[in-house]
Design a protein around this ligand. Structure first.
Ligand code: BT5
Length: 241
């Protein structure tokens, strides 16, 4: 993949910016910003994006919209962290966690038959806002030193290239790897989808990317989208929502 990087000082959200330019630019355009004033998570949640973190969005034009594309981001980030000696796990479907804290979040948004925006927020050298102190961590906190953002971005893009290539050819293998890196399997979970709250044990990530949860009423397949997942045994350090 040929990357074409657009660097901004400040933007509302790199995902929003990417959406504004997506139809006019080639696949592989990357929008990266030093600060986001309205960085966003799923369902209107906010993503804290102070200077020092890596906030970027990749414009992709896959032949069809596939929700498993979010895994390309999660796998790339866990690989990148491993390069720095940090062992990270995936909290299905879109979070990367280290030592019980969230270090990265991924947000995909798309327009059918046109583009998919793969937005990645990774805490690198940025301060962690007070309200997230117990639930979030950063690379510099873990490593005890600052890491140049360009180095992190470059490496991460290499990993994303690889996973995106595999995703296009054999999405099943991408899921296979996600299954290995998903640390919630075997654990009790609480799944919140809209109004519904479901309690059970996470047992598998299925080939279509959904999560299989065993509940007292039998197995339930959870499609991602707007799902919040809480892990009761980690509740003291788990964020709301
Ligand atoms: C996500 O949402 O985890 C997806 C975050 C995607 C952010 C990137 S940055 C580049 C691109 N441009 C954007 O505008 N967005 C993408 P979700 O699963 O909904 O999690 C959001 C929750 O994570 C919040 O409610 C907080 O609890 C927590 N959070 C917010 N900022 C955080 C941070 N910097 N580090 C760790 N946790 C954070």
């Amino acid at each position: 993949m040929e990357w074409n990087i657009v660097t901004l000082d400040e933007v509302d959200s790199t995902n929003e910016y990417a959406k504004r330019i997506a139809s006019e630019v080639p696949e592989g355009t990357v929008v990266v910003a030093r600060r986001q004033t309205a960085g966003k998570g799923r369902r209107g949640r906010r993503w804290a994006s102070p200077e020092g973190g890596l906030w970027f969005s990749v414009i992709l034009k896959p032949p069809r919209v596939d929700p498993r594309l979010v895994f390309v981001g999660a796998l790339g980030v866990t690989d990148l962290l491993r390069d720095f000696g940090v062992s990270a796990g995936i909290k299905w479907p879109n979070d990367v966690w280290v030592e019980g804290r969230k270090i990265a979040g991924i947000l995909t948004e798309g327009k059918a038959n046109e583009y998919v925006i793969l937005g990645i927020g990774l805490n690198v050298n940025n301060p962690i806002p007070e309200e997230l102190e117990k639930t979030a961590t950063s690379m510099s906190t873990l490593l005890g030193r600052e890491i140049p953002l360009e180095v992190v971005l470059q490496r991460l893009l290499e990993h994303l290239s690889r996973w995106y290539g595999l995703f296009l050819k054999e999405p099943g293998r991408v899921v296979e790897e996600v299954r290995k890196r998903t640390f919630i399997l075997g654990r009790p979970v609480v799944v919140i989808t809209g109004e519904k709250v479901l309690r059970g044990r996470a047992v598998d990530v299925l080939d279509d990317g959904s999560l299989l949860v065993e509940t007292p009423e039998g197995p339930v397949k959870i499609l991602y989208g707007d799902v919040s997942l809480r892990i009761p045994e980690m509740d003291t350090i788990e964020q709301k929502g």
